[in-house]
Design a protein around this ligand. Structure first.
Ligand code: GLA
Length: 836
């Protein structure tokens, strides 16, 4: 029997005598798994006051699903072209095996070709283009079991240009009431309201859309026809200091007003040619406002460009990331033409759609990032449910890992399903590593695990007329009615950001509203759908900008005319843990830096310190002075930057004036969101400079830099003769391992010590350990830097004893020679290949 077979033999024996999976061979108990020490500490602190009665999660309105004309037809919309697309959408829907289907057929700009009104203000419709008028079009769409959408601008001028070279025409304050009533009377179900004319006429976005929303509501009152309102102001930041939305985007004021609001510029347009994946990632980044997307109100990163010429891998990434975000799923490809089998398979995958349409309606969060590799996760309805997208936006296929800690799950075993392949992958404790995430692509997963415990809170104080009333189904037997305001104080959070579940009663038939405010910050309007006519309590869940520590959460009525629900209690509940914004160690705007050429300090709301440096490049240069290093070594520097272009910008980065490296800074999807890249170089002991420039183009705006853990300069083989092996640890053959050997039988008394790890400086080092773990679950090991207190590290399965994976562990090395010891006193560690 070979070495590898004997390993399998041990595992099989353990199964046969009925030991649990993780009690076997690897010896990792639950508490050792997942590298989740931070989460475990916080859970322990909260667990003492954990009490959250099981209450039904009330489904919120799902994001709109449908098709829009702009990407494929531009302004060439007519009864015949839209009829063919409606037929195509109905046929496409037949491929969706179960669950929600595409609903809306949305006519974008180009329907009102005359741009004229009659003397009563009614739209004059070209009856060659629309033989039965716009109503007949809506009726045809409805006859296919679909819903109809229409389009107008909030200002007098439209966005696009007609074939005769003149601009389209929009609505305006004087016509809102008439126009939205007309759309409802025609039978439309959805309206997209653009802002080219609004901007042109210097309308304030919030002011204009508040008037539009009132006109939509008025139309509903008069016709019973509800128009779903989509705001399309491209995420305009209000710039009129006299208006309430000054320096805010629609995500700050549109929840409660509209179903969805665009957050970025167009993903595609006339003359765009083959769609550009950079537009996908740019819009994804600009769409990230998780505190605004909740309870049926959605950030809208624009209609999709899948099936329009990008690679299958990019299409998969695009649709998966839209679904993970809970974005409106509005198709843009031409459904009147044959659609490829690959595209049909992707856009009708019921499991992808189910994630998009999830009943909690929260936005997916970025929970991990390393260079251009991102881990995204979305909290889903149900217990312990998460969607995950591993997004590898690099040029090479790569393995990628998500840890249960990142998802707010206990490190115990969780089921993992490949959503795109619609295939179960088994159960994993602590983490899951996808062996191959394609270059530029994704692996999308649905995870079913165990939530970290919730903590519930009763009201601390009432005001504004709010009073208690009895409530049999509520925690504590009472609820707050007649809002007013109810304050929950001392709401503890281990991290910045978190999910708040609100228990409420709405025994009517209409959705009610209330405002949520955390620590006196910006309030967002939440929707509370009916929770049942029997007076029972239900819950909705929202992502809130909690701070680490104690928080004050307030729920209050929107205004004196908007009915509010009764509030019972709130709870902080498990969910994915958002990566926190970049924090600079050295700010670009610091007074001791040197700015030359056109480079200038500018305001940047989302940047650390509230400022950045812009106009770097084309002669402009930023030099960070006084960058301190404890010793001369290779350091990795994280650069926080903003690049609102559609594609990457590049810059030359030089450490201490040495030959610069060219660094690519991907689009951040707008000038109001930030990204990070990492660059390595040598810093000398003492003070250093870091120079950012671009002689021949614009560099991004720079927020600042932060130092990250250093890497080793060399690779150290486990089988090297100068290492110390004790207990049962032995060198073994391992075909795919570097040097074709590794060290096995570490753990249960066996120990491997790497000797002579040379560093040229003391400091924090990130060590990558290559290992093999052929068990179906993780193994764990104690890893000690220079004999210091060990860290418990989880090594996810590698899929066999002849497959190698890597994990990273950070610790402190001294200048000179160092040791790293790997052991496990109470179970098997993995086989170790090398460290670097
Ligand atoms: C704007 C919108 C697009 C589309 C066009 C029509 O650019 O953002 O989605 O509606 O107008 O001209």
């Amino acid at each position: 029997m070979t070495w590898l077979n004997s390993k399998r033999g041990i595992t099989a024996l353990c199964f046969s005598i009925g030991l649990s999976l993780y009690g076997c061979g690897g010896g990792a108990s639950d508490s050792d798994l997942g590298g989740a020490s931070v989460a475990k500490a916080s859970v322990a602190a909260l667990a003492s006051n954990a009490s959250s009665p099981a209450m039904p999660q009330i489904p919120v309105a799902a994001p709109p699903m449908g098709w829009s004309s702009w990407n494929s037809l531009e302004e060439n919309v007519s009864y015949n072209t839209i009829k063919a697309e409606a037929d195509g959408l109905a046929a496409l829907n037949a491929n969706i095996a179960s669950g929600p289907k595409y609903q809306y057929v949305n006519i974008d700009e180009g329907w009102w070709t005359s741009g004229q009104r009659d003397t009563n203000g009614n739209f004059i419709i070209d009856t060659t283009q629309w033989p039965g008028g716009m109503q007949a079009m809506a009726q045809y769409i409805h006859s296919k079991g679909l819903k109809a959408g229409i389009y107008i601008d909030a200002g007098p001028v439209g966005c696009g240009t007609r074939t005769n070279g003149t601009h389209f025409v929009g609505s305006d304050y004087a016509h809102y009431t008439h126009d939205f009533l007309q759309f409802a009377q025609w039978g439309y179900d959805f309206v997209k309201v653009d802002f080219c004319g609004g901007s042109n006429a210097s309308y304030d976005p919030q002011n204009a859309y508040t008037a539009v929303a009132a006109a939509v509501q008025n139309a509903y009152v008069h016709t019973g026809q509800q128009l779903a309102l989509n705001i399309c102001d491209w995420g305009t930041i209000g710039n009129n200091s006299a208006y309430p939305d000054y320096q805010q985007g629609p995500w700050a004021w549109a929840p409660g007003l509209a179903v969805s609001w665009r957050t970025t510029g167009d993903i595609y347009g006339p003359n765009s040619g083959v769609p550009n994946f950079g537009a996908v990632t740019g819009n994804l980044a600009g769409n990230y406002h998780p505190e605004a997307q909740h309870t049926g109100y959605y950030n809208d990163p624009d209609m999709m460009i899948a099936g329009m010429g990008m690679s299958a891998v990019h299409d998969q990434a695009h649709v998966s990331l839209w679904a993970l975000s809970g974005a409106p799923l509005i198709l843009g490809n031409d459904l009147a033409k044959p659609v490829s089998a690959a595209t049909i398979g992707l856009i009708t995958n019921p499991e992808v759609i189910a994630i998009d349409q999830d009943a909690l309606g929260v936005q997916g969060l970025l929970v991990g990032q390393s260079g251009a590799q991102q881990v995204w996760s979305r909290l889903l309805a149900g217990s312990g449910q998460r969607a995950v997208v591993l997004f590898n936006n690099t040029a090479a296929d790569a393995a990628m890992t998500v840890t249960w800690n990142q998802l707010g799950l206990l490190p115990s075993s969780a089921s993992v399903r490949d959503v795109l392949a619609q295939k179960d992958l088994g159960s994993y404790a602590g983490s899951y590593t996808a062996p191959v995430v394609p270059a530029g692509g994704v692996v999308m997963l649905r995870i079913g695990g165990t939530d970290t415990p919730a903590t519930s809170y009763q009201p601390s104080s009432l005001s504004g007329g709010a009073v208690y009333a009895s409530c049999a189904s509520c925690a504590g037997g009472r609820k707050v009615t007649s809002l007013g305001s109810v304050v929950f104080s001392g709401v503890a959070s281990a991290n910045a950001g978190g999910f708040v579940q609100i228990a409420y009663v709405n025994s009517g038939t209409q959705t009610l509203k209330a405002k949520l405010n955390v620590n006196g910050g910006l309030a967002t309007t939440l929707a509370f759908p009916p929770s049942g006519s029997n007076g029972n309590v239900g819950t909705i869940t929202a992502y809130a900008l909690l701070q680490a520590g104690q928080n004050t959460v307030t729920l209050s009525s929107v205004d004196s005319t908007t009915a509010a629900p009764d509030i019972s209690s709130i709870a902080t509940v498990a969910g994915p843990m958002a990566l926190q914004p970049f924090h600079a160690t050295y700010e670009a705007e610091a007074a001791n830096n040197t700015l030359s050429g056109g480079a200038v300090v500018a305001n940047c709301q989302q940047c650390s310190g509230g400022k950045d440096v812009g106009y770097i490049g084309n002669g402009g240069t930023l030099v960070f002075n006084g960058v301190a290093a404890p010793a001369t070594a290779n350091y990795t520097v994280t650069i926080g930057y903003v690049n609102g272009d559609g594609g990457p910008r590049s810059a030359q980065v030089s450490f201490n004036g040495a030959a610069p490296v060219t660094v690519s800074f991907p689009s951040t999807g707008g000038w109001s969101s930030e990204g990070t890249v990492q660059v390595a170089g040598v810093l000398q002991s003492g003070n250093n400079t870091l120079t950012i420039s671009n002689p021949s183009g614009w560099a991004p705006d720079i927020d600042g830099i932060a130092m990250t853990a250093q890497s080793l300069h060399a690779k150290y083989e486990a089988e090297a003769a100068n290492n110390t092996l004790s207990g049962g640890a032995v060198v073994a053959n391992c075909q795919p391992c570097s040097g074709s050997k590794d060290v096995g039988y570490i753990g249960n008394g066996g120990t491997l010590t790497f000797n002579g790890i040379a560093t040229s400086s003391s400091g924090s080092y990130a060590v990558t350990i290559a290992y093999a773990n052929g068990d179906p679950g993780p193994r764990s090991a104690q890893v000690s830097f220079n004999g210091a207190a060990p860290a418990s590290v989880s090594f996810p399965p590698t899929g066999g004893w002849s497959s190698v994976g890597t994990v990273q562990v950070t610790g402190v090395f001294q200048n000179g020679n160092n040791t790293l010891t790997i052991s496990n006193p109470s179970g098997w560690a993995p086989d170790i290949d090398d460290i670097q």
